[in-house]
Unconditional design. Sequence first.
Length: 186
Amino acid sequence: MENLNELRARCEACRACSLCQTRTNCVFGTGSETADVMFVGEAPGEKEDLSGVPFVGRAGQLLDRYLYAVDIPRESVYIANILKCRPPKNRDPLPEEEDACIGFLREQVKIIKPKVIVCLGRIAAMRLIKPDYKITKEHGEWVKKGDFLMTAVYHPAALLRDPNKKEEMLADMQKIKEKLAELSEG
Ligand code: URA
C-alpha cells in the first residue's frame, strides 16, 4: 500500500477532472498521520488554493478556535477535504468532481485509520454519511460506519454567516472531545 507521501505525490499530479486546470496548488491534507480523529471539509477556498493547506482562511481560523476551546490540539488531528482542488469562485463541488476525487480521501482514511471522522458541513456529510443528510437536524449525532464512528458539525463558514449556530457547534465539539477520551480509555 502507498504511504501518505506517495499518495500526496499522486494527488498533486492528478488530472482526473477539470479543476486541475484552475488550481494553484492541490490541497491534499494536513496533520498527524496517526490521528484518532479526521475532520473532512468540502473543498479548498482561495487561501487554501494559494497555500496548499486546508482550512487556513477565515473558516479555518474559526475551526482552530473551536479545537482550542475543547482542548484538541490541531497538530493531533488530520484535516482534509472531499475535493483536493478549489472549484472556481468556491462554487459547490460537482458530482463528477467528487467521484473523481473521493478515492484520495478513501486512501487517506485507510492509511491514517482514525477512530472518528467528523464531516464539516452538509456537503461532506451528504457524501460520507448519507445522501439525504440534514445538517440542521442531525448534526452532532453519532453514526457507526464500518470501523469508524462518524458525525457532522456545522461548516465553520456557516457559523460566520449565522453566529446563532455557535452554541450548538461548541456543544458538538465538546461531544467529540468526550468521545475521543472515551475511545482512548477503552
Ligand atoms: N472550506 C472547506 O470546506 N475546506 C477548506 O479547506 C477551506 C474552507
